[in-house]
Write a protein that binds this ligand. Structure first.
Ligand code: PGA
Length: 251
């Protein structure tokens, strides 16, 4: 991680937890100790957004795990960025591989959501990443660049400070098969280079690119040492007290 980029850790709770379990997570996060040099954000199920925002310290961000691309209307089951903001929540995760692959969200839809969420004043964690067969057939760069291309077209230049990109190889999510620090760094470095060529050098230098996919208390420090890895997006391990070690991985 480069010193000019603040280390960023997202906990992605996915569809896990009830109030009792969430109280447990909030208790270990509040007890910490948390490195004040890490920006920490928890991605919580939508029905607990307000509960978590009220119970978590203000120093810990809260993120929705999805939202729709317009402010309101006849879209049964969806929530809008305006609603997320209305309950005091600052962030949204968009384009997670489970949204793409389980719910069939396209690059175009994800890009529209990113653009709308930013225009409503939310901060956004757009996720990209290749599947195993894409990696094995040498298509990793092609896939992540085209996912990113759709997204950057919807990000106005003055909104980049509200964006944290998550690179999450699909084969590493929830599988226990973490990308090695070298494998992850290789892609992060190429993404930063691509951003410098396709947005500009300043954005490429400043934007945080975090890694996700089976990050644990054991492997987080090696990942954090890599030049272009600015933190992590953590699923399973964000539900357990060991998560504190991941938050503090850059110390
Ligand atoms: P995992 O999930 O840490 O459980 O692999 C990461 C993610 O999906 O964001």
């Amino acid at each position: 991680m480069a010193p000019e980029r603040k280390f960023f850790v997202g906990g992605n709770w996915k569809m896990n937890g009830n109030k009792k379990e969430i109280d447990g997570i909030i208790a270990f996060l509040t007890a910490g100790p948390l490195d004040p040099n890490t920006e920490l954000v928890c991605g919580v199920p939508s029905c607990y957004l307000e509960y978590c925002r009220q119970k978590l310290p203000a120093t810990i961000g809260v993120a929705a795990q999805n939202c729709y691309k317009v402010p309101k209307g006849a879209f049964t089951g969806e929530i809008s960025p305006a609603m997320i903001k209305d309950v005091g929540v600052e962030w949204v995760i968009l384009g997670h591989s489970e949204r793409r692959n389980v719910f069939g969200e396209s690059d175009a839809l994800i890009a529209e959501k990113v653009g709308h969420a930013l225009s409503e004043g939310l901060k956004v964690i757009p996720c990209i990443g290749e599947k195993l067969e894409e990696r094995e057939s040498g298509k990793t760069e092609e896939v992540v660049f085209s996912q990113l291309k759709a997204i950057i077209e919807k990000i106005p230049l003055d909104k980049w400070e509200n964006v944290v990109i998550a690179y999450e190889p699909v084969w590493a999510i929830g599988t226990g098969k973490t990308a090695s620090p070298q494998q992850a760094q290789e892609v992060h470095g190429k993404l930063r280079q691509w951003l410098s060529e396709n947005v500009n050098a300043e954005v490429a230098q400043k934007v945080r690119i975090i890694y996700g996919g089976s990050v644990t208390a054991e492997n987080c420090r090696e990942l954090a040492k890599e030049a272009d890895i600015d933190g992590s997006l953590v699923g399973g391990a964000s539900l357990k007290p060991d998560f504190i070690h991941i938050v503090n991985a850059s110390q």
